[in-house]
Write a protein that binds this ligand. Structure first.
Ligand code: UDP
Length: 235
């Protein structure tokens, strides 16, 4: 196993599957299956999920709502997704803990780094909900922050494309994929790996990121085993 402790970042939108909004139960069950494969191999797994399938702060702002209010609504959306994934993991018999950056003691533990690490050491999957707990951030930044705090070996950014391309492969057919790229090169080329706050956090703390296709069965485990899948961004 190449990586022992990983932080998996999933986009809220990926949970929609073919739907226009919300959560597709088949998608979440499939993701849970993929995650279980890691647990079966004793990989320590922490997860951050976005909330874009339910709510984004910028949407609210465009509609005339205060941005901060919208961002908190977005953070609550991540909690809904986190709870859905937790339920799917529980169903497979995995041990899970949900930690929230905003206190919600009836449904989640507060985020406590030492406790999170202890859970991981005991083989529990830890989901970090409510992003960073602060407006004007994204769940990519939350993923970077939590990964650094818990000393993860890598951030695994699950997407619907199989890595980072020279241009958007859905628009430009001549785009080619990178197997590896340095933080500096990705920055110079203006490639959209994660938002800039998250990207900078990873770069400054020497935390590699792998962008890969989460929808392809078996990919997640292969990435963790060190197979050359997706794009590795590192120093
Ligand atoms: N959000 C926030 N602070 C955070 C994380 C998230 O304010 O630390 C809000 C923000 O409004 C964001 C929304 O929650 O738009 C949903 O998260 P995100 O857009 O990162 O979800 P994803 O794109 O991964 O689905």
């Amino acid at each position: 196993m190449k990586y022992k402790r990983v932080l998996l970042k999933l986009r809220g939108e990926s949970l929609m599957g073919a739907k226009q909004f919300g959560i597709d139960n088949d998608v979440i069950a499939q993701y849970a299956d993929e995650i279980k494969k890691l647990c079966d191999k004793k990989v320590e797994v922490a997860i951050v999920i976005g909330g874009g399938n339910i709510f984004r702060g910028v949407q609210a702002e465009n509609g005339g709502m205060d941005r901060t209010q919208g961002d908190y609504m977005g953070m609550l959306a991540t909690m809904i997704n986190s709870m859905a994934l937790q339920a799917a993991l529980d169903k497979l018999g995995l041990y899970t803990r949900l930690q929230s950056a905003i206190e919600m003691k009836e449904i989640a533990e507060p985020f406590i780094k030492r406790r999170a690490v202890r859970h991981l050491e005991k083989g529990r999957v830890v989901i970090f909900g409510a992003g960073t707990g602060s407006p004007y951030f994204t769940t990519d930044s939350a993923a970077a922050l939590r990964a650094i705090e818990i000393d993860a070996d890598v951030i695994l950014k699950g997407t619907r494309v199989d890595g980072i391309y020279t241009a958007d492969p859905e628009k430009d057919k001549s785009a080619t994929r990178f197997d590896n790229i340095s933080f500096d090169e990705a920055y110079k080329r203006g490639l959209n790996v994660m938002d800039m706050t998250a990207f900078t956090l990873c770069k400054e703390n020497d935390l590699p990121i792998i962008v890969f296709d989460m929808n392809k069965k078996g990919n997640l485990l292969k990435v963790v085993e060190g197979e050359k899948i997706g794009t590795l961004v590192s120093a």
